[in-house]
Ligand binder design. Structure first.
Ligand code: IPE
Ligand code: IPE
Ligand code: MG
Length: 243
């Protein structure tokens, strides 16, 4: 088979996010258990991260586990926990080689101290001041919970008179959100559903959104490049009249 030729787009500075959906259906389709679907999903993450770094994207934010996903069966959550630890151990050396800065955001304490320790170690080991790519993993993340905790922090500062109501701005809200990005340029959702599932709610105001039927374990660099190509063709008007 001919080796896939890498295309190059000028995407420097773009913030891209992906709702990586479809692992369960992929596993079912291949008569495998759901954990095997998540395992295949981790393989895909590795390849898409490399592609994102090659295309000079500023940040890639991946939705790995939502606040709502805590209601999944204990066995599935345990499988995901083991997978997070093994993926961190296996992939951090590659991320260091590629100078990719890894960050996790969300309430992931529910996975237990081993996961927290692995995350802290990985973040420290990849804490580059000028990374090739910022890789942000949303784990135990919910857009509403993020907005809620930001509102509480800002409210506390107002109550203790450290902040005036007139000083509350868009920038200040972004500063208090746990998601480590500001404007999001492109959101891709695999798996065929056309919804946000409580991802980066505040950040999505002017995001280009692409929904793909492909299940996440079947998603390839070629699919990713097609998404980027499509994004590059989009005229972003931000409410202005462009004639
Ligand atoms: C996404 O795949 C991964 C997680 C939510 C952890 P799913 O497990 O939701 O896959 P489907 O939607 O059931 O196919
Ligand atoms: C969204 O997928 C969350 C992640 C990909 C981590 P879900 O499978 O949880 O979303 P719903 O349940 O279809 O909305
Ligand atoms: Mg799903």
């Amino acid at each position: 088979m001919a080796k896939h030729k890498t295309k190059s787009f000028n995407l420097s500075g773009a913030n891209v996010a992906i709702i990586m959906d479809g692992n369960g259906r992929w596993a079912k389709k291949n008569t495998l258990n759901v954990t095997s679907g998540h395992e295949k999903g981790v393989d895909v993450v590795r390849r898409i991260v490399e592609s994102a770094a090659q295309h000079k994207i500023a940040s890639l934010s991946l939705y790995a586990f939502s606040t709502e996903n805590w209601s999944r069966p204990k066995k599935e959550i345990l499988g995901i926990k083991k997978l997070i630890i093994s993926a961190i151990n296996a992939q951090v050396p590659d991320l260091i080689n590629q100078k990719v800065a890894l960050k996790f955001f969300g309430d992931y304490q529910g996975f237990g101290p081993e996961v927290t320790k692995a995350i802290e170690g990985a973040e420290l080991a990849t804490n580059f001041s000028t990374p090739t790519l910022e890789l942000n993993i949303a784990l135990g993340y919910g857009g509403r919970a993020d907005i809620l905790q930001a509102v509480k922090l800002i409210g506390q500062d107002v109550a203790s008179q450290n902040l005036k109501i007139t000083e509350i701005s868009d920038d200040l809200i972004f500063q208090h959100l746990k998601a480590p990005i500001k404007e999001l340029d492109l959101l891709i959702r695999t798996g065929g559903d056309h919804r946000i599932s409580n991802f980066l709610l505040y950040h999505l105001a002017y995001t280009e959104i692409q929904f793909l039927d492909t299940l996440w374990p079947d998603f390839t660099e070629q699919h990713f490049e097609q998404c980027l190509e499509e994004f590059m063709k989009t005229e972003r008007r931000f409410g202005k009249r462009i004639l």
